[in-house]
Design a protein around this ligand. Structure first.
Ligand SMILES: Nc1ncnc2c1ncn2[C@@H]1O[C@H](COP(=O)(O)OP(=O)(O)O)[C@@H](O)[C@H]1O
Ligand SMILES: [Mg+2]
Length: 406
């Protein structure tokens, strides 16, 4: 099978998906803006051919160049796991008459307002929300959804330009700060825990499922540099903590018309009443190293299983998780370059056998921009069959391992 994989080098996880496709027997054709000379050898080996374009995000230009490049060669599937290219993949499939999700279905996973309209119509509990383009519309929306509220761009990602307003004064300030946002969603603030639901689907039917918990919620983690965000996969999908959310997740995928591939949904459990509320869903793999995390949780290789779902229409790995696995992201104290790591030896002494990975920036490396990348200055992964112990180790890493920069 010839699979055209969009952007096989960037973001870095895409290199693993490319490998996964090749390992299950696909002939992988790639297109992206990373020069071949900058690709690791393993990636070059996984690619049968590669077209370099000036910009991966100039979608009409990429489509034009691809058609010229592919002339006379057959392609059986077009795939991507990078959100900005999901619509291009759908358009290419339609143009070439290939199986897979079409533009309208992908839009339901891309446009947060449309997504919620479709789900609300199907009876899924979503936050009250309204699409706004002007100040007047924003104030009218605030009346409709009520305070406190969340303001966020419709075409947003990574919490950029996303703000909470608890009072009219705060909303005034948020609207000033976000004057450059062309179109936003104004919505009811859901006060609760934030969790996720991931799948690998074949023709819309989940073959593998997983839930994780953000601690704290993604927005708090993104706005406060001092926090070491934790994401923990939860082992037991039948537990009361997640069982109803798994059912909601399956329904969401059915309503939105999922095809084959990864999905990543975020949802809330309210503090006040324990109510389950939908957040958002994407028809691509989760970021923030969550595929790695799920791999540690189940001793599996979901990069390859995703490839198997695409190429062979099935998965082969175990569907139960052995561990609760938690990833802890660290942000260095200070600016500049990493000068010291504190507390790691003692941490490893305490939990060595349960530490699956330590991936901190080395001494001398420049700090990453923690607002641009959730990966921050490094991470640790711990895992344990017992939920409380896994969480306690993650909290230990959050509190007691420190990077310093100068
Ligand atoms: N209605 C809401 N109530 C409470 N928190 C929200 C709400 N909408 C978004 N958030 C918070 O903001 C974060 C980012 O919003 P989200 O809709 O996931 O957009 P994106 O991930 O594309 O930036 C969420 O992960 C969540 O922590
Ligand atoms: Mg999100």
């Amino acid at each position: 099978m010839n699979v055209l994989f969009l952007s096989p080098a960037y973001p870095p996880e895409m290199q693993q998906f490319t490998r996964g496709l090749a390992e299950v027997g696909a002939t992988v054709l790639g297109v992206g803006d990373t020069p071949v000379s900058e690709m690791p050898r393993r990636l070059r080996e996984a690619l049968s051919d590669y077209l370099q374009v000036p910009s991966s995000l100039d979608l009409p230009d990429v489509a034009r160049r691809l058609e010229a490049w592919l002339r006379g060669r057959s392609v059986d599937r077009v795939e991507t796991n990078w959100e900005p290219l999901t619509l291009l993949a759908a358009d290419l499939r339609a143009r070439w008459g290939l199986p897979g999700m079409r533009r309208d279905a992908v839009l339901g996973f891309r446009d947060k307002v449309l997504m919620r309209e479709r789900l609300e119509a199907a009876g899924v509990r979503v936050p009250r929300s309204a699409r706004v383009r002007t100040l007047d519309e924003a104030w009218a929306a605030a009346e409709h959804v009520g305070l406190p509220l969340v303001f966020k761009p419709v075409a947003g990602a990574g919490g950029a330009d996303t703000w909470i307003a608890r009072t009219r004064e705060e909303l005034e300030a948020v609207l000033q700060r976000t004057a450059h946002v062309p179109e936003a969603s104004v919505e009811e603030l859901i006060e609760g825990d934030e969790l996720t639901y991931e799948t690998i689907c074949v023709d819309g039917v989940p073959q593998l499922e997983s839930c994780s918990r953000y601690a704290p919620n993604a927005l708090d983690a993104r706005k406060n540099e001092w926090i070491s965000p934790i994401i923990m996969t939860l082992r037991d999908l039948e537990s009361p903590e997640v069982a109803d959310a798994v059912a909601m997740g399956r329904r969401v995928l059915e309503v939105l018309g999922m095809g084959t591939g990864f999905t990543h949904m975020e949802w809330f459990r309210t503090h006040a009443t324990g109510e389950l509320v939908f957040g958002e869903v994407a028809c691509r793999a989760p970021g923030a190293n969550m595929v790695d995390l799920m791999n540690y949780a189940g001793d599996v290789d979901l990069f390859r299983e995703w490839g198997r779902a695409v190429v062979h229409g099935r998965v082969e790995c175990a569907t139960t998780q052995r561990y609760h696995a938690a990833i802890v992201f660290k942000r260095a104290k200070g600016r500049g370059r990493i000068v010291a790591v504190e507390g790691l030896d003692a941490f490893l002494h305490r939990h060595g056998p349960h530490v699956a990975r330590v991936e901190l920036l080395p001494i001398g490396a420049p700090r990453r921009d923690w607002q641009q990348t959730f990966l921050s200055d490094g991470n640790l992964v711990v895992r344990h069959p017992d939920r409380a112990q896994a969480l306690a180790m993650a909290e230990d890493a959050a509190a007691n391992v420190h990077l310093h920069a100068r």
